[in-house]
Design a protein around this ligand. Structure first.
Ligand SMILES: [Zn+2]
Length: 285
């Protein structure tokens, strides 16, 4: 069943300025205080939307005409998962429909007031990035509420050999439902911009799934398990090394002048010596 958020989203950003990643945030309209929803999805916006961002704004109609917002009580704050579909229309007004597979299953929102932002360096999206970071820092770690359902993790034997797939598109058609299922089991996977769907599928099958099956992980646990392709990506590893500050240059140690060394004192120190006679005397050592 699809969870519809049409009347709950007040404003937000859906951003695809990094290939293979769609992230952003959604501020919900609700009678009760509602935390900002964070999006962290694998995928790319389709067609001419690829690489762009969507800025969602409140409806232009007078507020007293808005439908009563009803925020689902079991909506997870951290919407990890995978992109499903997106459409953007300019007539009769700018509107969009966006759907993803996350911890709540298939979620869809429709916005009747949105803009397409083509410049990822736009000041508005930059400030929104900072807001998103603030939200993350405010959150109490990555503890999950409400609890995730206990969805079984697929076994490797249930999945095809990625090397046998004929195209990257075919790999995506297997990768998408796999990530959707992992999202429901509190497992997130970040796909860096340098790999294909086939490589991502290979990493999930050869690295991630065996870890989930071999350790003490329990599906539906109260913590997110996060994996990233960057750990096995040479480009990401090089970018990380370039980002690190240069190591301090170690100077060769100068040979010490023996004339300036402190005079070695042999026999210094003392110890308590018990002579066995019942008295204790102190002798040099
Ligand atoms: Zn990478």
């Amino acid at each position: 069943m699809t969870l519809r958020l049409d009347n709950c989203v007040l404003r937000g950003v859906i951003r695809n300025d990094v290939p293979n990643t769609i992230d952003g945030w959604l501020q919900m309209s609700s009678a009760a205080p509602q935390p900002t929803i964070l999006l962290s999805l694998v995928g790319n916006l389709p067609g001419r939307l690829a690489g762009q961002s969507l800025l969602l704004s409140p409806p232009t109609a007078p507020r007293d005409t808005w439908p009563l917002p009803v925020t689902p009580s079991r909506l997870h704050r951290q919407q990890i998962g995978v992109f499903s579909r997106c459409t953007f229309r300019t007539t009769p007004q700018n509107s969009c429909s966006f759907a993803w597979h996350g911890p709540n299953g298939l979620v869809r929102l429709d916005s009747s007031n949105c803009q397409l932002l083509t410049n990822p360096g736009d000041t508005e999206t930059t400030s929104l990035t900072e807001l998103q970071l603030d939200c993350l820092l405010e959150s109490d770690s990555d503890s999950l509420s409400p609890p995730f359902p206990r969805i079984p993790i697929p076994s490797v034997s249930q999945l095809p050999d990625p090397d046998q797939l004929v195209s990257d598109q075919q790999a995506w058609l297997i990768l998408q439902p796999l990530l959707a299922r992992l999202a429901r089991a509190a497992v997130s996977f970040h796909m860096c911009p340098h790999i294909s769907s086939r490589t991502a599928l290979q990493q999930l099958i050869h690295d991630v799934l065996p870890q989930l099956h071999s350790d003490s992980y329990t599906p539906g646990q109260l913590r997110l398990r996060s994996f990233t392709s960057a750990e096995n990506c040479s480009v990401c590893q090089q970018e990380f090394r370039d980002w690190l500050p240069p190591a301090p240059v170690s100077r060769p140690e100068k040979p010490r002048n023996p004339l300036k060394q402190p005079f070695p004192v042999s026999g210094s120190g003392s110890r308590i010596w018990n002579s066995g006679s019942g008295s204790t005397s102190m002798v040099g050592w």
